[in-house]
Write a protein that binds this ligand. Structure first.
Ligand code: ASP
Length: 338
C-alpha cells in the first residue's frame, strides 16, 4: 500500500478561534482528522508527524526548514511521498528552501494549506488536503510522478520555488508567474509532463546549512542616500536588490557609489525585478548597464522567495564568493530561466 507521511507544521488549515481574543491560533492535528473522515476512505497508509509547537507560518524560520528536511531525509525510504501542511503566508519560502535543501529528490514533497480553517463549512482545506495526498501518491512505472517540492492549492500544482502567495482572500492564493503549472485537478488529475523535473540519477542528499544574513533593498523613485546606505553599509553578506522593470535602477552617482562600496566590501548583490512576470536583462538599458559592469548578479526571473532562500543555501555551503555568484545565475532546481 502507498505510504504517505503527513507533516503538520500549522497554518490556517488547522486553526481554531481563541475563545478569549477571537484571533485564529494553531490547533492540533486530531481535529483535522475529525473534520476529514474521508481520510480513512483513502487507500493509503497515512502517518502523521506534528511539529511542536505548531505555528502560524509567519513565525517560520530556517531552523524549522532544516528540521523538516531532516525529517524527510530520515523517513525517505519508508514513505512514497510527503505532504506538508503549512500556513500559506510563508509557504512559498518554505517550498523554495526545501527545494534547495533536498538535492536529487525522487519523491514528491507537496505543501498545502487553506484559506479557511478545516472546521468551517465553506472550507477549502478538505479538497486541498485530499488532492495533495493523491498527488503525493501518484506513480508512473513504479516511480513518483512528481520528483519535486511543490505547492498544491485551489486545483493547481505549482513548482515550489516558482510560487508566490498572491492573494490573501481568494481560495486561489498562489501563482507561479514565470513557470507553467505542473498539474491541474478537475474531474481528472492532469499532469503536464513537459514541465515536471526528470527523475534524478543520484541518491537524495540533504543540505541543511543556511546563512540568512541578507539585506533587501527595494527601489522607489526618490529613495534617499540614507535609506540606501542603511542596507549597503550594513554588515550583511548579500543584498537582494528589487529593481524596476527588466532590472533597472537610478544611475545617480551617489547610488552607484553605494553599490560599488558594498561590492568592494565583499557583498554579493542580486538583481531581481519588482515585476512579477518577466526577467531581469542586465545591460538592456543604460540604467542597468553600470550594475552589470560592477558585478551585480542577475536573478533572471526568480521569485523573491527563491532568490532569498537560494542565497541562504549557497552562502551556507562553504563555497567561495565566485562559486556562489556562478551558481546564483544557474538553474539548480528549476528555479530560474536564464
Ligand atoms: N497566517 C496563516 C499562516 O500562514 C495564514 C494561512 O495559513 O493561510 O500560518
Amino acid at each position: 500500500m502507498t505510504k504517505i507521511l503527513i507533516i503538520y507544521t500549522g497554518g490556517t488549515i488547522g486553526m481554531v478561534n481563541d475563545t478569549n481574543t477571537g484571533a485564529l491560533i494553531p490547533f492540533n492535528f486530531n481535529q483535522i482528522q475529525q473534520n476529514v473522515p474521508e481520510l480513512a476512505r483513502l487507500n493509503y497508509d497515512l502517518e502523521v508527524h506534528s511539529f511542536d509547537p505548531i505555528l502560524d507560518s509567519s513565525n517560520m524560520h530556517p531552523e524549522i526548514w532544516a528540521e523538516m528536511a531532516q525529517l524527510i531525509y530520515n523517513k525517505y525510504d519508508e514513505f512514497d511521498g510527503f505532504v506538508i501542511l503549512h500556513g500559506s503566508d510563508t509557504m512559498a519560502f518554505t517550498a523554495s528552501a526545501l527545494s534547495f535543501m533536498l538535492q536529487d529528490l525522487s519523491k514528491p514533497v507537496v505543501l498545502t494549506g487553506s484559506q479557511l480553517p478545516i472546521g468551517e463549512i465553506r472550507t477549502d482545506a478538505k479538497e486541498n488536503l485530499i488532492t495533495a495526498l493523491e498527488i503525493a501518491a501518484t506513480k508512473n512505472n513504479g516511480l513518483a510522478k512528481i520528483p519535486e517540492v511543490c505547492i498544491y492549492f485551489d486545483s493547481q500544482l505549482f513548482r515550489g520555488n516558482r510560487s508566490i502567495k498572491y492573494n490573501s482572500e481568494k481560495f486561489e492564493a498562489f501563482r507561479s508567474p514565470n513557470y507553467p503549472i505542473l498539474a491541474e485537478a478537475g474531474v481528472h488529475l492532469t499532469f503536464f509532463n513537459n514541465y515536471i523535473l526528470p527523475q534524478p540519477r543520484k541518491p537524495l542528499k540533504v543540505l541543511l546549512n543556511f546563512n540568512s544574513n541578507i539585506g533587501v533593498l527595494k527601489m522607489y523613485p526618490g529613495i534617499s542616500a540614507q535609506a540606501v546606505k542603511a542596507i549597503t553599509h550594513s554588515p550583511v553578506d548579500a543584498i537582494v536588490l528589487e529593481t524596476f522593470g527588466s532590472g533597472n535602477t537610478t544611475t545617480a552617482d551617489w547610488f552607484i557609489n553605494c553599490l560599488q562600496e558594498a561590492i568592494d566590501s565583499g557583498k554579493i548583490i542580486v538583481d531581481i525585478s519588482q515585476c512579477q512576470r518577466g526577467s531581469v536583462e542586465l545591460g538592456k538599458y543604460e540604467t542597468s548597464k553600470k550594475l552589470q559592469q560592477m558585478g551585480v548578479i542577475s536573478g533572471y526571473d526568480m521569485t523573491f522567495e527563491a532568490t532569498i532562500t537560494k542565497l541562504m543555501y549557497l552562502m551556507g555551503q562553504g563555497l567561495t564568493k565566485e562559486e556562489v555568484i556562478e551558481l546564483m545565475e544557474q538553474s539548480l532546481r528549476g528555479e530560474l530561466t536564464a
